[in-house]
Design a protein around this ligand. Structure first.
Ligand SMILES: [Zn+2]
Length: 226
């Protein structure tokens, strides 16, 4: 039995082997890969692993980006942010950066700022106190990276995974500051003034869990499949 942070329920769980079978490939009869299906002991969701010569060569999903939690963030914006993460998980780093840029643009639109360039919109968000000076800087960095990815020369170095990851993390930070933190303050205020029964959090809320997903990093290899 292996233990890992489950990409579905996002909790360190045991994975229980359900099925395994061999797939032959290549010319020799001993050229085969082994497919193992596990189920998370907590949520029951599947995780598929492929072995070759007793070594893991693939594991899916590495991150279930459609389950990223964005409590208090408007749905359309959540979709964009999840798409940035899905692109990142697929190794499409330029697409991840472009989706992060679109997410910042959507935040401005949601706050009623629709005119002018993205530079202007970010400055308006800051002027309207929707974002702090520091978060405005983060938004401008996403804008720079997005511009580069969209309009840079064709022989430009591809966006590194590390950079795309940093950009999507900044995107999550912006969403947390703009939507989740004010809602959290409101929740505490409601609890104090109206009592615990009246105060309610967003259904997606989980303590300390916002945006970016941990990879399904296994801490205990299950060993050879047979
Ligand atoms: Zn799970």
């Amino acid at each position: 039995m292996a233990t890992a942070v489950c990409p579905h329920c996002r909790i360190a769980s045991h994975f229980i082997r359900q099925h395994s079978y061999k797939i032959h490939h290549g010319e020799h009869t001993d050229d085969y890969q082994t497919v193992v299906m596990h189920a998370c002991a907590r949520c029951g969701m599947p995780l598929v692993e492929v072995f070759e010569d007793d070594k893991t060569i693939g594991r899916w999903p590495s991150a279930a980006t459609n389950r990223l939690r964005y409590p208090d963030v408007p749905e359309g914006i959540t979709d964009l942010a999840r798409e940035a993460h899905a692109s990142l998980a697929a190794g499409a780093t330029r697409a991840a950066v472009l989706m992060a840029r679109s997410t910042v643009e959507a935040v401005a639109k949601d706050k009623g700022i629709t005119n002018g360039s993205l530079v202007h919109k970010i400055d308006q968000l800051r002027a309207g106190a929707h974002i702090s000076p520091l978060i405005a800087e983060a938004a401008h960095e996403i804008r720079f990276a997005g511009n580069e990815a969209a309009h840079g020369p064709l022989d430009l170095d591809p966006v590194s995974n590390e950079d795309a990851e940093a950009i999507t993390r900044l995107m999550d930070k912006i969403l947390e500051r703009v939507y989740h933190e004010p809602a959290e303050i409101e929740y505490i205020r409601m609890k104090r003034t109206l009592g615990p029964a009246t105060a309610q959090r967003h259904p997606d809320y989980a303590p300390g869990d916002f945006g970016s997903l941990p990879e399904a990093s296994w801490v205990d290899q299950p060993g050879p499949p047979f």
